[in-house]
Design a protein around this ligand. Structure first.
Ligand code: PAF
Length: 281
């Protein structure tokens, strides 16, 4: 497996593969890979001749007071995981390689980014869409793989691909959880032992919501109250949002009559965690 840090070498490798008619899968990541990423890489390896994993902590998607500097990094560990999974190449550029001094072109997907994480993290999806577009242009993958844990990101990227006619199929992959239900995330590494225990409240509150939906509950305010009250039971948890939105438009719904996304963002101590599930009618 190759590790490439610059665009020139990346492009020559991609050209060789394209000349030999190889299909290419892309798994975009910010590194510090875990089993969630591994499930994306494994799927990409099953479905493509060659697989590129990008490892890039993208500065343009972090707000001024967010964790860009302290975001965990370990390229050695990431390389081992990629190699063992059968990836063909890691693309791990520096910020300067991706963003020239005069960089001034950004991609903005409107409407879908108004709520949920988009309203709590202004500029976040602009940074995500910009870097993902650059990766699509550089790597020209046939398929690109994203986790359903970042449900809004997945919806936004699918929309961008349609709007801008990118010739790539976006594949959404299920959330991978620890044995106790905590959704895998690179940010889990920030949690102390006590906070890790407290973080179980996210999946637990979603579990309560699922039960009520199964029993026929249709009122989204009632459902939100159940989730909110459950989260409030945990002293270390501070709610950022609890939302029930249409799974396509991501607009809040009052009555649960079509497919909905139940999405939450919660601070456990200083760490912001997200989780969700889709309820299909
Ligand atoms: O989901 C992530 O890790 C990032 O947002 C992505 C898609 C790699 C873009 O930087």
């Amino acid at each position: 497996m190759k590790i490439v840090n610059n665009i020139k070498d990346l492009k020559s490798c991609i050209k060789l593969w394209k000349d030999s008619n190889c299909s290419i899968g892309l798994v975009p990541t910010m590194g510090y890979l875990h089993e969630g990423h591994k499930s994306l890489i494994d799927r990409a390896c099953r479905e493509n001749d060659k697989v590129v994993v990008s490892v890039f902590v993208n500065p343009t998607q972090f707000g001024a007071n967010e964790d860009l500097d302290k975001y965990p990094r370990d390229i050695k560990r990431d390389s081992k995981l990629c190699e063992e999974s059968g990836a063909s190449l890691i693309f791990a550029p520096s910020p300067d390689e991706m963003y020239s001094k005069n960089f001034s072109t950004y991609i903005n997907v409107e409407n879908l980014t108004d709520g949920l994480c988009g309203s709590r993290r202004p500029g976040h999806f602009r940074g995500v869409c910009t870097v993902v577009s650059k990766l699509f242009n550089l790597i020209t993958p046939n398929k690109a793989y994203f986790g359903e844990k970042d449900a809004q990101q997945l919806a936004v990227i699918k929309h961008m691909v349609e709007d801008l006619n990118f010739d790539v199929t976006i594949v959404g992959c299920p959330i991978i959880r620890e044995y106790n239900g905590l959704a895998k995330s690179s940010r889990n590494t920030y949690l102390s032992k006590e906070e890790k225990k407290a973080a179980l409240i996210l999946n637990c509150s979603l579990g309560k919501a699922k039960k009520l939906l199964k029993s026929g509950l249709k009122d989204s305010n009632d459902l939100k109250s159940v989730i909110t009250n459950s989260l409030r039971d945990e002293p270390l948890a501070k709610i950022d949002y609890v939302e029930i939105v249409d799974s396509i438009s991501l607009k809040p719904v009052k009555k649960i009559e079509n497919n909905v996304l139940i999405a939450i963002a919660v601070f456990i101590g200083k760490t912001r965690l997200i989780d969700n599930f889709t309820w299909n009618i």
